[in-house]
Design a protein around this ligand. Structure first.
Ligand code: SF4
Length: 153
């Protein structure tokens, strides 16, 4: 039987039902949509906040002074609810995830919007939802990866 090659696609693990969010929950997509995606794409689940070394559950975090693109240029930070800076965890995660982009020749990702790591069109900054992208999204786009929001599927 001929095998059909599925293109590799990074996906936020919480969109697949993995309980990796800051509060130990997930934000799974509709099960029928997940089944469709698994047939069309070779899904590679990642959770940047965990991969960067943060525990689950953890304190929620948001940008301060800018968004993902600014942060990569050293012009923004990510702070948790206690005011502690966690920028370095997410920069580490972005570095690790970029290794996968080269290894699997990844051209597409589906991410959970509004997260400081995975945000696609919006993120939380200084207590408000603003237009912008997360740190990992920004790093992936710099490498030419098309990043889609799970909300837009
Ligand atoms: S949005 Fe990204 S960093 Fe946050 S829990 Fe989901 S996969 Fe992890």
């Amino acid at each position: 039987m001929p095998s059909m090659k599925r293109n590799p696609c990074l996906i936020s693990a919480c969109l697949l039902g993995v309980n990796c969010r800051y509060d130990g929950t997930h934000r799974a997509l509709d099960p029928k949509l997940i089944t469709k995606l698994t047939k069309e794409l070779y899904l590679i689940p990642i959770c940047p906040e965990q991969w960067g070394g943060l525990p689950t559950p953890r304190s929620p975090a948001q940008f301060s002074g800018g968004t993902g693109r600014d942060l990569i240029q050293g012009k923004a930070r990510i702070l948790n609810e206690e005011g502690e800076e966690i920028t370095h965890y997410l920069l580490k995660a972005a570095k690790e995830i970029l290794k996968l982009v080269g290894l699997f020749d990844i051209k597409i990702a589906i991410f959970k919007d509004r997260s400081p790591a995975c945000g696609v069109e919006q993120v939380y900054r200084d207590g408000k939802i603003v237009s912008g992208e997360g740190v990992v999204t920004s790093a992936l786009r710099t490498r030419g990866v098309k990043v889609l929001s799970g909300d837009s599927l």
